[in-house]
Design a protein around this ligand. Structure first.
Ligand SMILES: [Zn+2]
Length: 266
């Protein structure tokens, strides 16, 4: 029991770190893009479009409303949010619910995974994959994007976890991948033929996740139906929760949830 409490607290701190990654990665990417544009085309980007010097560890945490630096006690995962009643200590504006949500989600996932697999390599790889899912799902929700680095890590993690838990599934994943790729290719060609313009009906990160998810449920129709139900119900739920004006739905959160389900119920 004490073991699980320690795991829960450690994972809460990991969640705090994931928040930093979720918030800063898009800013770092933007900075890299601006540098690239300046160097390649030898142009100066407008000062207002520049991003502050930023990395995962720099600068220290500050309120994104009033820019005041946060004291150490305001950075304790979950506890600070509760003590501060969800508001900035200085400007009293509300702190994004993303912070406690990601911390709790990481803690809960880590604890459940540890409870299921114990202190093993399998626990470590499943939990690392779950943390990656949390990061790419939130970045997709905030920015509708999956970065190339994250996509390579995603693919590597999916292969590692499958090799550890379900190596016999590789053949189905391969078949799914090929048939999905062919289907999507044909649909895209038809759309291009009709609409006369280039189109991408599914992002490549979404595509990998879908291929692995369906591959896992290839010889288990009941699990396959459950998988598709989880994806569609959570996507619709997310649509209503986010209420985006452009009507777009980020797919990574639902695909990750569906994949975690089929992975852990094997
Ligand atoms: Zn503030």
């Amino acid at each position: 029991m004490i073991e699980l409490i320690i795991v829960a607290i450690l994972c809460l701190c990991m969640g705090s770190f994931l928040n930093v990654v979720i918030i800063r990665t898009p800013l770092i990417q933007k900075k890299l893009e601006i540098n690239y544009i300046e160097e390649t085309y030898n142009v100066k980007v407008k000062e207002s479009d520049k991003v502050d010097k930023i990395s995962i560890s720099f600068p220290n945490s500050k309120c994104n409303r009033c820019d005041r630096k946060l004291a150490k006690w305001m950075n304790i995962p979950l506890i600070s949010y509760i003590i501060l009643l969800g508001r900035c200590y200085f400007c009293k504006k509300t702190i994004s619910k993303q912070y406690p949500t990601v911390e709790l989600l990481t803690s809960a996932t880590g604890t459940i995974t540890y409870y299921t697999y114990g202190p093993t390599i399998t626990f470590l790889s499943v939990f690392l994959l779950a943390m990656l899912f949390i990061v790419i799902a939130y970045i997709d929700i905030n920015n509708y994007v999956i970065y190339a680095d994250h996509e390579s890590i995603l693919l590597g993690s999916l292969i590692t976890v499958t090799a550890l838990i379900n190596s016999d599934k590789f053949i189905y994943i391969g078949i799914t991948y090929l048939s999905l790729a062919l289907t999507i290719y044909i649909i895209e060609k038809i759309i291009i033929f009709i609409k006369k313009k280039e189109t991408t009906i599914i992002g490549s990160g979404d595509f990998w996740l879908l291929a692995f998810g369906i591959g896992y449920t290839f010889n288990d129709i009941e699990l396959g139906i459950k998988y598709l139900q989880i994806i569609s119900i959570s996507a619709v739920a997310l649509y209503f929760i986010l209420q985006r004006k452009d009507g777009k739905i980020p797919l990574i959160p639902s695909l990750s949830l569906g994949f975690m389900y089929v992975l852990t119920t094997q």
